[in-house]
Design a protein around this ligand. Sequence first.
Ligand SMILES: [Zn+2]
Length: 254
Amino acid sequence: MIETTESFTLQGYRSLIMEFFKLNYSIVNFSDMDPLRAHLILRHDIDMSLEAALPIAEIEQDLGIKASYFVLLRSELYNPLSPIGIKILKKLGDLGHEVGLHFDASLYSPSISCLNSEVKRECELLEMALGEEVKTVSFHRPSSKQLKITEPLAGRIHTYQPEFFIDIGYCSDSRGGWYHGHPLEHPSVISLKAIQLLIHPIWWNLKKKLGPVEVLDDFREKRDKLVAKTLSANCDPYRNERGANPESLKGQTK
Ligand SMILES: [Zn+2]
């Protein structure tokens, strides 16, 4: 039953959460998790597309549950401080979800004192944008050294602290598959104990399951449309030639 045709689609995400409900799991945040109870922490790292988070967040609100969304501040792929970015972050908050910092430590010196001060700086920036406290941090593509950081960073809990990562179950989707095992087959779930489930919204965002390359090409096309529209809005020659809503570059002749 585990891997079905609807896996890694929006409907598949809803079905997965329903399976946890059938097992009497409660969806909790990092602070309320009890390792010995059937508690599911839903963590979403937004690596590529902010827009992809919204349909997932809406399904969760419909199911009456709250998740934690982690956003990068220094990605080349999206800008959480852009008008659309801020709108999406506020919407996530309005739907009842937590917004935390997804922190790319590879951009900084690896010393713990530097990481602490940079986490503090990025959290404060995100707090200014959100108008809310940022309580949780999640490393983006953590190194083995970062996975061994046991203490909170800049006074905020982080998602790889042992109590959330080693002492309880942990399961992650990656590249649009359960390459490290299906969450419902995880020993912690079989024994009805706590688990942290990392979901990257981009892999679940379509109505039909596609391969990872097609999913990312779809994301690129949507991103290109936004870039083209923004160029048209800001540059007369471009708008005169391409119109206010330019077609994808793929369809254009030179
Ligand atoms: Zn990440």
